[in-house]
Design a protein around this ligand. Structure first.
Ligand code: K1U
Ligand code: ZN
Length: 180
């Protein structure tokens, strides 16, 4: 398995609409393995193809990590939302492509997802709480949408500026640690 580099906002690849996956083959199975390893290493609870530079409709998620410590990795290929609840939920969201930036986002509280699994079969399941938030956040990535696109322009600009500052600090830290 290989750790992939996670692209940071405003990389233009994060704004693209991704292509459907034509077949489940060894390349897709390898990609899913690499994405799960990259997500757990980050650490995060989700990761979508475009975040690792792959403009295909695939994401991974595992929102079960902090319950009993038993992992519940999920891989969704060509995912679609088949139903959303009328009831909405506000959840604080983060994004591995916008490290250390968080904001409250309002989305449907529950969603029903349909997707192609690595077993080549269609699956359908209903999600709530963090699973529902994460599935919608990841599906957004496949359509070139980031969580900051759900915010007003001022909040979005503030987060984008804070991220630029974070990048400058990281670059400065990397430079000073290379001196010793
Ligand atoms: O898509 C991504 O960038 C991953 C993102 C998913 C997400 C988190 C929270 C709400 C909606 C979607 C993350 O995983 S951000 C990191 C994070 O939330 C986390 C990190 C360590 C432990 C638990 C959560
Ligand atoms: Zn994200």
């Amino acid at each position: 398995m290989t750790l992939k580099t996670i692209l940071l906002h405003p990389d233009p690849r994060l704004k693209k609409t991704c292509d459907p996956v034509a077949t489940i083959d060894d390349e897709i199975r390898q990609l899913a393995d690499d994405m799960l390893e990259t997500m757990y290493d980050a650490p995060g609870v989700g990761l979508a193809g475009p975040q690792v530079g792959v403009l295909k409709r695939i994401f991974v998620m595992d929102c079960a990590k902090d319950k009993l410590g038993i992992p519940e990795p999920m891989v969704m290929v060509n995912p679609e939302i088949s139903w959303v609840s009328e009831e909405k939920n506000v959840h604080e969201e983060g994004c591995l492509s916008l490290p250390e930036q968080y904001a409250d986002v309002t989305r449907p509280k529950e969603v029903r997802m349909r997707w192609l699994g690595l077993d080549g079969q269609m699956h359908e399941e209903q999600f709530d709480s963090l699973w529902a938030t994460c599935a919608q956040h990841e599906l957004d990535h496949l359509n070139g949408t980031l969580f900051i696109d759900h915010l007003g322009p001022l909040k979005r600009q503030m987060i984008t500026r804070k991220l630029e500052k974070w990048k400058r600090e990281k670059a400065r830290e990397a430079k000073s640690s290379s001196w010793v």
